[in-house]
Design a protein around this ligand. Structure first.
Ligand SMILES: Nc1ncnc2c1ncn2[C@@H]1O[C@H](COP(=O)(O)OP(=O)(O)OP(=O)(O)O)[C@@H](O)[C@H]1O
Ligand SMILES: [Mg+2]
Length: 371
């Protein structure tokens, strides 16, 4: 079929996309919109539907409901049965395992998509070299993929994906096979490459730091739906739900209940705030890592016990539980190394607490003396 122009001019957009495997819905109500030259990350835990959504955009799956448009043309529409196959969508793909052919040279791997299109040899030779040079592998054309490092193999996969100069490139966890140090280096390199090449990209990952580093917008997914689609700054500043905050590891999520002019940690006698005009209800809050200062257990601090601690570059990130409300786990950044079982005192800046839901909350809260 011939793709028909759709209403939107975004490079990629989906409207009300659903995908069922048999009777099981795997994706529900997916609406994304990605502008030219931008990168959208699909971020979420295993099984939330990231790869399925990427496959729908690629044309490897057809939606059960809804429609998908690329560069203003409808490429799939469940209502009309319209569907363009992958080779008509002008896109490149990079997978987790790179999917390089071991029996071919690096150059052969990269030129393959062009050869398949019947492009003249002189043309595909020059385009292959140009693609390899763009990923700084111009000198490696005659090597076998097995003679390259993991990071170099990954760049070959990128060269192959861009050789036909697609309008869109799809990445599915392209760095997850690399060790941590290489992965951290490659994230920056990949971000630079995407910008330099002016690519429009969708990037699937379950790693929040990768998504926040690389993408202009991040769709946080959970159980087949998009919980929030926003820029990294907005996600960090205003996570829409406790689940988003938790998944981005912005701090500790706690449930509070209001009684006797105080917000208590739910099910405990431990009060976080005094507030004279709260309402009789329970709410969830995010207590950001940056809102907590750790120190000695002194009057006015909340006593906590260190559960575990990990070095993070700018200090030790400790997970602690509150004494008197042990189910509440908070994240604390400390200069000094904190040992499991150690007791510490926490001071929480109430102005940094983020309140979820439609609860009525006033700014008249006061810090409490937890003596
Ligand atoms: N061919 C299939 N038939 C039936 N169910 C499937 C099929 N492919 C995927 N699923 C299911 O769809 C859901 C989403 O899978 P998907 O591969 O999109 O998840 P994901 O977010 O990419 O996860 P991961 O991070 O582990 O790669 C999962 O529950 C999975 O079991
Ligand atoms: Mg996947």
């Amino acid at each position: 079929m011939t793709p028909q122009p759709s209403e939107t001019n975004a490079t990629v957009s989906t409207a009300g996309v659903e995908l069922h495997y048999g009777a099981t819905p795997v994706l529900k109500g997916i609406d994304i919109s990605l502008s030219e030259g931008k990168t959208l990350a699909l971020l979420g835990p295993s099984g939330c539907g990231k790869t399925t959504l990427l496959r729908l955009v690629a044309g490897l799956l057809a939606p059960t409901k809804g429609s998908i448009a690329i560069a203003g043309c409808t490429v799939a529409d469940a209502a009309t049965g319209a569907f363009s196959p992958p080779e008509k969508r002008n896109l490149g793909m990079v997978f987790q395992d790179y999917a390089l052919w071991p029996h071919m040279t690096v150059g052969g791997n990269v030129s393959f998509p062009l050869e398949m299109r019947g492009i003249a040899r002189s043309e595909w030779e020059s385009r292959t070299m140009r693609a390899l040079e763009r990923v700084s592998l111009g000198a490696y054309a005659d090597r076998r993929p097995s003679d390259l490092s993991g990071g170099q193999q990954q760049r070959v996969a990128i060269a192959r994906a861009i050789v036909a100069e697609p309008q869109l490139i799809l990445f599915d966890e392209p760095l997850s096979n690399l060790d941590r140090e290489l992965r951290e280096n490659m994230v920056g390199e990949l971000a630079e490459l995407i910008t330099t090449l002016g690519l429009t990209a969708i990037y699937v990952t379950h790693d929040h730091s990768e998504a926040l580093t690389l993408a202009d917008d991040v769709a946080v997914m959970r159980g087949g739906v998009i919980e929030q689609l926003a820029s990294p700054d907005e996600l960090i500043e205003k996570p829409a739900t406790p689940e988003v905050a938790d998944f981005l590891r912005l701090g500790g999520v706690a449930e509070l209940e209001y009684r006797d002019e105080h917000w208590f940690f739910k099910g405990s006698g431990l009060a976080l705030l005094r507030s004279v005009d709260g309402v009789d209800c329970a709410v969830r809050v995010l207590i950001p890592t940056g809102s907590i200062t750790a120190g000695e257990i002194l009057p006015g601090t909340l006593a906590a016990t260190v559960l575990r601690s990990q070095f993070r570059g700018d200090g030790h990130l400790a997970t602690v539980s509150l004494v008197g409300a042990e189910t509440i786990e908070l994240q604390v950044l400390s200069r000094a190394k904190l040992r499991p079982g150690e007791g510490i005192g926490l001071s929480i800046d109430p102005s940094q607490i983020r309140w979820f839901g439609n609860q009525v909350y006033s700014s008249k809260e006061e810090n409490l003396e937890h003596a």
